[in-house]
Design a protein. Structure first.
Ligand SMILES: Cc1cc2nc3c(=O)[nH]c(=O)nc-3n(C[C@H](O)[C@H](O)[C@H](O)COP(=O)(O)OP(=O)(O)OC[C@H]3O[C@@H](n4cnc5c(N)ncnc54)[C@H](O)[C@@H]3O)c2cc1C
Length: 418
């Protein structure tokens, strides 16, 4: 810890994967940490995701092809990517920035930045998992992408090349090799990509919950309250206002996922955070059908064997934070899963979650330009379970004044959109 990084009072807002990890790394650095969430830990986006520790995930959903594909997909309620008409006016400014980030040069920069942080993802998560004794919640059987047509196989060639160029190890499989790995898959598979080194979380909610319990066990303070505002308090200090109390802090970490912009109000007006809503359905009888997570590349979702059943999770809907879930989307998800696994049985649970996403698909990690005592840790889009741990470690680097931090933070600056 540098000279100016004495033991500080740090408040972390949001007990999802990102906030809990930040709280643990800050605690490890010796700070006095209060973690606040309006609900129990891990009940936001970190609850119902696909659970893939996707260290290979350096290809953003921004892609030059989106400029061609998006208009036709967006308005189909059952498509893997959709938008509600009523949300269109609020969505447009974000969409324009998104499309601008789909230009080839920008995509290259995004891939570089994601690959660099993903390369450190295990260093950020596995030490926490070991210390908290939750290794049994990790499923180390790899992950499999399946392609149902030669067209989709050819279309994805550039992405496979990019992954390889960034050191991602995988094997290309023909249909018989796919079926050897996953005999229950229907006969619709044209090719496969097997990522042998990938592991998954067998219960993402339990992972976050157990990490939060470890934080409390080691002396951390967990508060159950809605944070209303963050502002100036006593001279030199920040003040976090929750119902009935004002909590003084030297530093505040905003890890409130998709709600971070709402929480920061005017302080974040230039940060174009939106949410990519995603769904899951769980088939309780079907966990043993797959040995590892399988993703049909055209479908935009994963089928992950988990505690409690086989979870089909994914797809993207733009409709903001307040619109109710749309049953057509979970029905379409269940039908798409059944095409690959006809013996799934009936789904027993469905869920809507809110991925926090910035238009260039990179998270915001670092100080707010308007008040550097407030640190952003949000916007992890499809990769928050994978990047939560390393983000937490980077936040501790920043609070401790470690320079340079363990990953170059320039691409993740919260003020890059100003
Ligand atoms: C369908 C789906 C599948 C996914 N699959 C994967 C995957 O396979 N691998 C992967 O790495 N990622 C995946 N993701 C993405 C991942 O789930 C998210 O990026 C990640 O959970 C974000 O974590 P977070 O901590 O930033 O946010 P959250 O988990 O949403 O946590 C934010 C917390 O802040 C709290 N909060 C908000 N406002 C306030 C306030 N004012 N006061 C107090 N508390 C507040 C909320 O209650 C919440 O608990 C998936 C997401 C979805 C939706």
């Amino acid at each position: 810890m540098s000279a100016d990084a004495r033991r500080q009072r740090v408040v972390v807002v949001g007990a999802g994967m990102v906030g809990v990890s930040a709280a643990l790394w800050l605690q490890e650095s010796g700070h006095e940490v209060t973690l606040i969430d309006r609900g129990p830990p891990g009940r936001g986006a970190s609850y119902g995701n696909a659970g893939i520790f996707a260290t290979y995930g350096c290809i953003p959903i921004n892609a030059p092809r989106r400029l061609i594909d998006a208009p036709s997909m967006l308005f189909d309620a059952e498509s893997p990517l959709s938008i509600r008409w009523s949300y269109l006016p609020r969505f447009l400014p974000w969409a324009l920035r998104f499309l601008s980030a789909c230009r080839p040069g920008r995509v290259r920069a995004t891939v570089e930045a994601l690959a660099a942080i993903l390369a450190r993802a295990e260093d950020g998560f596995l030490p926490l998992a070991r210390r908290a004794g939750i290794e049994s919640l990790l499923g180390p059987a790899g992950a499999l992408y399946v392609y149902e047509s030669d067209e989709s196989w050819r279309r994805d060639r550039r992405n496979r090349e990019r992954r390889r160029a960034h050191g991602v190890a995988f094997r290309e499989l023909d249909p018989s090799e796919v079926h050897e790995l996953e005999p229950a898959l229907a006969d619709v598979v044209h090719r496969g990509v097997y990522l042998e080194d990938v592991f998954h979380l067998r219960n993402p909610h339990a992972v976050v919950d157990r990490l939060a319990r470890a934080f409390v066990q080691w002396g951390g303070r967990l508060r159950h309250a809605e944070v209303r505002t963050i502002g100036n308090g006593l001279p030199g200090l920040l003040e976090v206002v929750v119902a009935g109390e004002r909590i003084a802090a030297d530093r505040v970490v905003i890890a409130a996922g998709s709600w971070s912009k709402r929480l920061l109000g005017r302080l974040a007006e230039r940060i174009p955070l939106d949410t990519e809503r995603g769904y899951h359905v769980v088939f309780p009888e079907a966990a043993s059908l797959l040995r590892r997570p399988v993703a049909p590349i055209e479908g935009g979702f994963f089928m992950t064997p988990m505690e409690g059943g086989l979870r089909a999770a994914g797809t993207v809907e733009f409709a903001g934070l307040d619109a109710p879930p749309r049953p057509e989307r979970t029905q379409a998800l269940a039908a798409a899963a059944r095409r690959l696994l006809p013996d799934l049985g009936e789904p027993a649970e469905s869920w809507l979650g809110f991925r926090p996403t910035l238009p260039d698909a990179l998270p915001a990690i670092g100080p707010l330009a308007s008040d550097p005592r407030i640190l952003c840790a949000f916007g992890h889009q499809h990769l928050g379970m994978t990047l939560g741990g390393i983000t937490g470690k980077l936040i501790a680097d920043l609070v401790d004044g470690r320079d340079p931090p363990s990953v170059d933070l320039a691409p993740f600056r919260p003020d890059r959109f100003a």
